[in-house]
Design a protein around this ligand. Structure first.
Ligand code: NAP
Length: 279
């Protein structure tokens, strides 16, 4: 049994039906004996996760199906928890989407609002509605899964980067405002092998996949690194070779770093960046 501060806590994990969220939820349950309430939209994916957990561990997991980008959904969720007398200690905002790589003028307002609502406003709503409950815990914590895109902006990621940069600013303000009252963690992973790239639609991933595969971190490995950081209450986590490179280059060369990385993307000539660099 772990002696970590997470032991036996009740944790809400958004995006728990797949990718890193599922890995984080499983580790909390299996390693730390946590009770996890997972949030996502797709019940089929969620049931697959429950099945993978196995009968014994599944008892520590329950889920709610709702779109995290709606304020009303969060208000209803918080009310229901209160009515049931559930006390949440930790909130992990992990749900997110990667919009198709495009030059900015090719995004519709619908795509722009979707990116900001799911990646940024969802976290504002969850924190606003869950904060009073979290602050009643003896170990309150909020961990926001951000991205290396908040550390350096690449061509084709205007809306993803904007949403993740907003999340970084929001999280960093929470960290200083609730210093000594609550642990606030920011996690910036680099490219990780998950289903998030399925949002690239019908783009031919065959040549892009090779490039992505080369620079992406294995999902289990990323989850291990993230969990180590959470277990040790690391306030700012940057994981993955690409994320470290982006972080360093952006600090050394805030303009040329981004130009350099974007030029490499252009030269790679892969299909997924077609709508970024074509005229
Ligand atoms: N993979 C990467 O390369 C990478 C790199 C840096 C940062 N990140 C960040 O890490 C987080 C997790 O990403 P991932 O790679 O694990 O992605 P993923 O495999 O696509 O999983 C995303 C999860 O979020 C849920 N979700 C998406 N939109 C939602 C919505 N509107 N309401 C409720 N749930 C929603 C999905 O469930 P449903 O489909 O069931 O709703 C799923 O469980 C994201 O915030 C992402 O931006 C990922």
């Amino acid at each position: 049994m772990s002696t970590c501060w997470l032991q036996g806590k009740t944790v809400v994990v958004t995006g728990a039906s797949g990718g890193m969220g599922a890995g984080i939820a499983a580790t909390l349950i299996k390693k730390h004996g946590c009770t996890v309430i997972g949030v996502a939209r797709n019940e089929k994916k969620m049931l697959k996760f429950v099945d993978e957990l196995g009968e014994t561990y599944a008892k520590q997991f329950s889920y709610e199906l709702f779109d995290v980008s709606s304020k009303e959904n969060w208000e209803k969720f918080a009310e229901e928890l209160q009515e049931k007398g559930v006390k949440v200690d930790v909130l992990i905002n992990n749900a997110g989407i990667l919009p198709k790589f495009k030059r900015f003028d090719r995004y519709s307002y619908e795509e722009i609002e979707r990116a900001m609502n799911i990646n940024f406003y969802s976290c504002v709503y969850s924190v606003k509605t869950m904060l009073p409950m979290l602050l009643q815990s003896s170990t309150p914590a909020i961990i926001n899964i951000d991205s290396s895109a908040a550390l350096m902006t690449l061509a084709g990621t205007s809306m993803y980067s904007a949403s993740k940069a907003a999340l970084k600013g929001f999280t960093e303000a929470l960290r200083v405002e609730f210093q000594g009252k609550m642990f606030v963690g920011l996690v910036c992973p680099g490219f990780t092998k998950t289903d998030i790239f399925s949002g690239q639609g019908d783009a031919d991933m065959s040549n892009g996949a090779k490039v992505m595969d080369m620079i992406s971190t294995d999902c289990d490995k990323m989850v291990k690194m993230i969990m180590f950081g959470i277990e040790h209450k690391t306030p700012m986590q940057v994981h993955g070779f690409d994320a470290h490179a982006m972080s360093v280059f952006n600090r050394l060369m805030p303009v040329y770093g981004s130009k350099l990385f974007s030029s490499i993307m252009r030269m790679s000539n892969v299909d997924i960046f077609k709508e970024v660099f074509s005229d």
